[in-house]
Design a protein around this ligand. Sequence first.
Ligand code: PRP
Length: 187
Amino acid sequence: MKLSFNPSDDIERILIDEDSIRAKIKELGAAISRDYADRDLTLVSILKGSVVFLADLLRNISPQCQIDFISVSSYKGEPESSGVVRLIMDLRESPVGKNILIVEDIVDTGYTLDYLCRNLLTRGLESLAVCVLLDKTAARKKEVRVDYKGFDVPNEFLVGFGLDYKERYRNLPFVGVLKPEIYKKAK
Ligand code: PRP
């Protein structure tokens, strides 16, 4: 008989609980709403990790705004970034003349945001800004701009609230530290 898989069992500890995430996203939404009160805004969510954050952030932004998605990957299911970022799916709408706000779940090495900012800045935007929920500064390899930040986080293996390990744990409603035996076992 197959036992049901409970993702919470693989969590060593909760780093940021649901209430704290909710409160922080409300603050971020209020700041973004103020800054874009008189400008059209397009939120660009980086698939897949940022969709949970996007969904909550969007509902805390009051001015008119649009959303679009872009997909890149550098981790390919491994715990460490390969450093080679691949564009998997481009934006659906043209970004020309738009105020783009990149919405990202986590900045780790910075390779993903560095690639995306450089890519978008060649495409005739009106403006570009970056909003990240989690900032793991100790892992940084590339300096990147962060205009709106949720939390600084330690250099540990984090999952939940959109973040995965081998496509699991994205559905956890909090950000947690994965038990080391889970990813070490897989090596
Ligand atoms: C994760 C995360 C960020 C990126 C950050 O994406 O969602 O996009 O890594 O890491 P970096 O700063 O070291 O580049 P991943 O490539 O794992 O894909 P996913 O969003 O589909 O999980």
